[in-house]
Design a protein around this ligand. Structure first.
Ligand code: SAM
Length: 424
């Protein structure tokens, strides 16, 4: 289990990482009740709860430590190197505006930090005071937070967590900005098309009783798009980075482009011009509170581990469709994912999958991982009993993942898409 995640499904409602009662919420609640229901708190050991508190604290700490970490790693280090140049070289570098560029980046990191604080604050974790209201109260709270971690022998930021935070900023672009529109069209487009194809006989206003599940929903845009097409939709996530950020965007956005993020400010390689690196990205590009079929289609996010939540008895044959996007390769043992999908789907229902096979645990020391080729994966799907739709299979779909469209470096996955049905 990655250490930023819910390790089991009972804790979220215990810990209330989000303020579900907030009157500002649009009601797209992260359905903690749901996760809770699948592992009653009675069965939650004190150890498990402690683990959960520790996981939340680690993630919160990354958000709170972002400014110090980024300023040290991105800004002060560079300014020091400029200082170490010979006078002649420094004069040349300075004449190009390189020092001004670094200082501009410093200001943008400070802007990003405001967003990071806002995200944590919106998640109502612990007793965090409003960072905007009373600066001194907040500073005292912040000092105590880090003192408590130090006392407990905890680092300010756990290994890999800051990369996850930088990644979360890029996911805002993918899911909730107009800059991400092309990436979404390429990636979510084929999945949505296949779903619409399946239910083409039903007008959007008649689709509310069709229940669609999106495991590993990330920041929730695919789930939102499905709901906008009239389906009752649930996204499922277990990473607190994702849960905090999706809660923020889904529940705390009052107008389009309300929030601003500078996701590329930390990256000085493969940059064509300063404007590219420093560019602002405004989110959200669509208002989650404006769901066209809100009267008939329900929307929710369920926090918890996919296997734990959806292999429970009361999830048996509940879902009319499951859509997985860049998700199947997050499994340590994908057979368990297949079993869970099978269990959760109604007989005759479909599973639509698109993604590469970048097995997430392949090189994680001490973690179980079993990897399959795409062809082996397809055999596993068939052996699990699913009927693969040969006509809808796509061997290669070129898709980026959180790409910086202006960067000189571009990654494209040759992902595959498969559509499978649980027999009636
Ligand atoms: C590669 S990301 C893809 C996110 C999103 N589907 C997209 O396409 O942008 C995989 C996501 O699955 C989530 N995830 C991984 N394992 C999970 C599990 N067992 N239960 C729930 N979510 C999981 C991760 O936290 C991450 O957000």
């Amino acid at each position: 289990m990655p250490n930023d995640s819910l390790s089991h499904s009972c804790a979220p409602s215990e810990l209330k990482p989000f303020d579900l009662d907030s009157s500002h919420d649009h009601g797209y609640t992260h359905d903690h009740g749901h996760a809770h229901d699948h592992g009653s708190s009675d069965t939650c050991s004190a150890n498990e709860l402690n683990e959960e508190v520790a996981a939340i604290s680690d993630v919160v700490s990354s958000f709170l430590y972002y400014k110090t970490y980024a300023l040290n790693g991105v800004i002060y280090r560079r300014l020091k190197y400029v200082d170490e140049l010979t006078e002649h070289h420094r004069a040349i570098v300075s004449s190009l505006g390189v020092i001004d560029k670094i200082k501009a980046a410093e200001n943008l990191i400070r802007e990003n930090y405001k967003l990071m604080l806002d995200i944590v604050y919106a998640s109502s974790v612990g007793s965090m005071p409003d960072p905007a209201d009373d600066n001194s109260t907040f500073k005292v709270w912040l000092k105590r937070f880090f003192e408590a971690r130090e006392k407990a022998g905890k680092p300010h930021v756990k290994d890999g967590h800051m990369n996850k935070l930088y990644g979360t900023m890029k996911l805002f672009v993918r899911d909730w900005s107009s800059d991400g529109a092309d990436e979404r069209r390429q990636t979510y487009g084929p999945l949505l098309e296949a779903l619409e194809d399946e239910f083409c006989d039903l007008a959007p206003e008649m689709r509310g009783s069709v229940r669609v599940l999106v495991p590993g929903a990330g920041l929730g845009r695919l789930a939102y798009e499905i709901c906008c097409r009239g389906f009752s939709t649930q996204g499922n996530e277990f990473s607190y980075f994702m849960l905090f950020a999706s809660n923020y965007i889904l529940n705390k956005s009052l107008k389009e482009g309300q929030h601003v993020v500078y996701p590329y400010v930390h990256q000085f390689s493969n940059v064509a011009c300063v404007e590219d690196q420093m560019r602002a990205v405004y989110i959200p590009d669509a208002l989650p509170s404006n769901m066209p079929f809100a009267a008939t289609a329900e929307f929710s996010m369920a926090a918890g581990d996919f296997i734990e939540v959806y292999s429970a008895d009361d999830e048996k044959e509940k879902w009319d469709a499951i859509l997985t996007c860049f998700f199947m390769d997050t499994a340590k043992n994908v057979l368990e994912y297949l079993d869970t999908i099978w269990h959760a789907l109604k007989p005759g229902a479909i599973w639509i999958n698109l993604g590469p096979l970048l097995w997430h645990f392949e090189n994680v020391e001490g973690e179980f991982s079993i990897e399959f080729t795409r062809n082996e994966f397809l055999c596993l799907v068939a052996k699990a009993g699913f009927l693969l739709d040969d006509k809808k299979f796509r061997e290669s779909v070129a898709v980026p993942y959180t790409a910086d469209s202006k960067s000189m470096l571009q990654y494209t996955y040759n992902a595959f898409m498969c559509v499978a049905r649980k027999p009636k």
